[in-house]
Design a protein around this ligand. Structure first.
Ligand code: AMP
Ligand code: MG
Length: 499
């Protein structure tokens, strides 16, 4: 059993009015519990962009109260903390019951504009009944990665959970070596996962399944209530959001690393950042998670795994939807929705305003060249924006990214002809491409530098990197080194599930 001997003092945190929408569900959906306090917590970083979403003044970050509340050492007035139960498929296998093994929901607060509610969840605030062999803690390293990447993804315009703060403690936990811990506060309208539904289906508790579906539809998909079969419409909508999310990931080279169904958001958000990565030297089969030996979650597998996961959700919803046919029908548009969005994003990435015969071959040839030359994904698209139709010398920084320069020259002739065919204008195309091809992404080595400084108690790099990543499309010439290719030492960096 977890240590529930937490605080009795309730914080009267001045600016947040906490409610407990999820806790209104019947008790089988969660376990109420207190976070386990950490010794001497301190602020590692607070995120003013995320705090603005809930109208929280960033001046609060350094206050004792903020640190106590978002380390789990004190409760906000009105908060009824809990950990949710769910199950899931992990690496394609049914894994049975999982649940929030190190996440504790504090409750929900209104968005700054009052239009919706946002849940606040502590990650790493101690063991729960779902911790299995784990200690319920998150190490500083993985907390910084989740914190920075959530904000990087949000700034790229990709649906994601957000991150309010990282609070550190010198308490040590054992991983491969002893490491200090941290608590990240995550924010999202809901943390319900595909696996939350699978849990009730596989336990043959169809009544609970219905309660959960009705809750999620009422809260987050109210427009579907009036449809003929709301459960089918719900599946179709989640499937569509997932298809779109996968296209968004592919287009920025984001790799999640652990697309288990318990990590798939019912709102189509990027959720549960662990061994993720951004594509650098282009390799469609790249596996960012060291633990994923089969490459189930390799870059080029993500779209089809997203689809597979939607089937797992469909299976779980089948008793509510009523028939196999209707369930399959809800999933049939996944592929075309993915392709349509991916295609639109690729056209934008190449600065193409029209769709023309042969575009797909142009994209395929480009990716084939990038693969043989191990071209950096982010730099390639960013530099492509500087391409000038009538000046072949303008390509040289782009050409430098290719070993096969002859191949590149052939491709650039085709690209130039393609741009001419739609009377593309260099200046306006460049501006448009800079809004879609980021200059700054969270490269593993950038995170690593920030982590190593933080491990030596210098947190300045986290804040600096966060602010750069929160403006990924801006040139920020003073930070150009943050857009550079990874240094040689970064080749040995490995990330895995054990965080
Ligand atoms: P993840 O791969 O991080 O999505 O985690 C898979 C499952 O393991 C989830 O149920 C987590 O809550 C749980 N888990 C991961 N790390 C820990 C930990 N240190 N303590 C307790 N549970 C954990
Ligand atoms: Mg998870």
């Amino acid at each position: 059993m977890p240590d529930v001997a937490a605080k009795t003092i309730e914080s009267t945190f001045p600016q947040l009015t906490v409610e407990n929408g999820f806790a209104a569900l019947p008790p089988e959906f969660y376990t109420r519990l207190m976070p386990t306090p950490v010794p001497a917590p301190y602020l590692v970083d607070g995120n003013d962009t995320a705090s603005a979403l809930i109208g929280l003044d960033p001046a609060a970050f350094s206050s004792r109260q903020f640190i106590d509340v978002f380390s789990g050492n004190q409760l906000m007035a009105g908060s009824q903390p809990l950990s949710a139960v769910y199950s899931g498929h992990q690496f394609g296998q049914w894994a049975g019951q999982l649940g929030d093994g190190r996440a504790i929901l504090l409750g929900d607060v209104p968005s700054h504009d009052g239009t919706h509610r946002i849940e606040l969840q502590l990650k790493g605030a101690g063991a729960t009944p779902y911790s299995r062999m784990g200690d319920g803690r998150a190490v500083l390293r993985s907390s910084i990665r989740e914190y920075l990447c959530s904000e990087a993804m949000a700034a790229l315009g990709i649906p994601t959970s957000r991150a309010l703060s990282v609070i550190g403690s010198d308490q040590l936990v054992m991983r491969e070596t002893p490491e200090t811990t941290a608590v990240v506060t995550r924010m999202a309208p809901s943390f319900v996962r595909f696996g939350s539904f699978e849990h009730w289906f596989y336990n043959k508790k169809h009544n609970s399944l219905k309660i959960l579906a009705d809750y999620v539809i009422a809260q987050f998909y109210p427009e579907l209530k009036a449809t003929e079969n709301p459960y089918q419409a719900f599946l179709a909508e989640v499937s569509k959001r997932t298809a779109h999310l996968m296209a968004d990931w592919q287009a920025v080279g984001f790799m999640h690393g652990v697309m288990n169904t318990d990590n798939m958001s019912i709102l189509g958000l990027t959720l549960d950042y662990g061994p993720f990565g951004f594509m650098e030297a282009f390799d469609p089969g790249h596996i960012c998670n060291h633990t994923d030996q089969q490459g189930r979650y390799a870059y080029d597998m993500q779209p089809q795994i997203g689809h597979w996961n939607c089937y797992a959700l469909g299976q779980a919803l089948l008793p509510l939807i009523g028939s196999v046919e209707d369930t399959q029908d809800a999933l049939k548009d996944y592929q075309p929705q993915y392709v349509a969005r991916y295609d639109a994003l690729m056209h934008a990435k190449l600065g193409l305003q029209t769709v023309q015969h042969g575009d797909e071959q142009l994209f395929d040839a480009m990716f084939a060249l990038m693969k043989t030359s191990h071209t950096d994904f982010t730099l390639f698209f960013r530099r492509l924006g500087d391409f000038q139709i009538s000046d072949p010398l303008s390509d040289s920084p782009l050409r430098d990214l290719f070993i096969d320069t002859a191949g590149f020259d052939t491709w650039s002739l085709q690209y130039r002809a393609r741009l001419k065919a739609e009377h593309s204008m260099d200046a306006s195309r460049r501006l448009a491409m800079q809004k879609t091809n980021p200059k700054y992404v969270l490269r593993n080595y950038l995170a690593q530098v920030a982590i190593e400084k933080a491990q030596n108690k210098d947190y300045s790099e986290i804040s600096k990197l966060r602010k750069i990543l929160q403006r990924p499309f801006d040139e920020q010439p003073e930070h150009a080194d943050y857009a550079a290719l990874p240094p040689d030492w970064a080749n040995g960096l490995e990330v895995s599930c054990s965080t």
